[in-house]
Design a protein around this ligand. Structure first.
Ligand code: KG4
Ligand code: ZN
Length: 359
């Protein structure tokens, strides 16, 4: 079965043609137009610009992917959650194509897409599974008893993990998205240099909170001298009225140490909660997915933490390029739904920016 996947929920317009069968899913062609350079100027995604860019790119990308290929058997389209400006462009393109070519439609949840990214190139999830989804907009632990059956165990109460990386990077004057920048600088830093808080580490649930960590990072920068880097002084002048380089207390701490310590605080909480869920629910598979799953220290540390459990679940995480938003993952998730005859008519397809999985 040839599945056309379309993704436009944030700042990537992505289209993929994926060949799926009982043997698994293989990407035939995939193309993504990233808008990062445009949004970098503003330090984050500007919804109106994102919508216009998606509208410009989506039809040429569909044409490129389908050129000299058989007509798809189904269209898998991200219909939520995400930015309404982008979702509308994707869903309207999918509706038009479905109507014109009489191709059945599957409405895919973006988060379910991230989970199924691990199945690209014929890898399999064994059920029951638990997925940790960590991205710029989401931090969620989800129990999946069987394909398409999602139960939310916990989620962030405020900022997402990726958002914390992005916001602290902005304080440091680093470009958007901040996660890759912080993890690059962290490589040569000392993770024990600053004892940042581990929010909700000991809470008796599966929820997260990262807003306080961002504030702790902000106050640390305000109160300490960070050697060997230039912090955006204007930001601090605006926020606190004054900016001083004079406090010698932390003169030895570099931006590398700062980034390594922040990265460690975020990953410690993610790993602790996921390990706790693995111990309680004893899943066959733990899936780590979403943009933050590209973080190599998180991948390694979670794998290590799970491998000592008894029984040890399988650990699955997508190839780094499929951790970010992409249409191949939407096609694979769409195929799983199609096998359960979970179709939507073009008349009923709606963009749903607040579609919550498993609540
Ligand atoms: O899934 P994604 O591409 O888009 C959303 O749905 O949000 O995730 C983007 C997020 C951004 O917050 C970005 O900073 C973060 O993933 N990210 C990382 C890394 N690579 C991307 N965070 C930490 N370490 C990384 N290596
Ligand atoms: Zn995403």
């Amino acid at each position: 079965m040839h599945v056309l996947g379309i993704e436009s929920s944030c700042d990537d317009t992505s289209v993929a043609l994926v060949n799926c069968s009982e043997k698994g899913c293989f990407v035939i062609r995939e193309t993504t137009a990233s808008q990062i350079e445009i949004h970098q100027k503003y330090g984050g995604v500007v919804p109106e610009i994102a919508g216009r860019m998606h509208a410009e790119k989506i039809v040429p990308l569909i044409e490129k992917v389908l050129k000299n290929q058989p007509s798809p058997d189904i269209i898998a389209i991200t219909s939520g959650p995400g930015l309404i400006t982008g979702l509308i462009v994707g869903t309207e393109a999918a509706r038009a194509l479905s109507w014109a070519k009489k191709i059945p439609l599957v409405a895919v949840n973006h988060i379910a897409g991230h989970v199924h990214a691990v199945e690209i190139e014929a890898k399999k999830i064994s059920y029951p599974a638990i997925a940790l989804i960590v991205s710029g907009g989401h931090t969620e632990l989800i129990l999946i008893d069987e394909p398409n059956n999602y139960k939310l165990l916990g989620a962030t109460l405020d900022d997402a993990a990726g958002e914390c990386f992005d916001k602290v990077a902005k304080l440091l004057g680093l470009p958007y998205p901040g996660g890759p920048e912080i993890s690059r600088l962290a490589k040569t830093g000392r993770a024990q240099a600053i004892d940042f808080p581990r929010p909700m580490l000991k809470s008796n649930d599966y929820n997260f909170s990262f807003a306080g960590l961002k504030t702790a990072a902000l106050y640390w920068l305000r109160d300490n001298k960070l050697a060997a880097t230039k912090i955006t002084e204007t930001f601090f002048q605006k926020a606190f009225g004054v900016f001083s380089w004079d406090n010698p207390r932390s003169a030895e701490i570099t931006i590398h140490d700062f980034c390594a310590s922040l990265e460690k605080a975020i990953t410690d909480v993610l790993i602790s909660k996921t390990t706790k869920a693995a111990q309680e629910f004893k899943p066959q598979t733990i899936v780590l997915c979403g943009g933050v799953a590209a973080n190599r220290k998180l991948r390694r540390a979670l794998d290590d933490a799970l491998s000592v459990l008894s029984p040890a679940p399988q650990f699955r995480t997508p190839a780094v390029k499929h951790c970010m938003d992409n249409a191949a993952m939407i096609a694979v998730a769409g195929y799983t739904q199609a096998t359960k005859k979970n179709f939507t008519t073009w008349q009923n397809l709606r963009a749903d920016p607040n579609w919550e999985l498993g609540r």
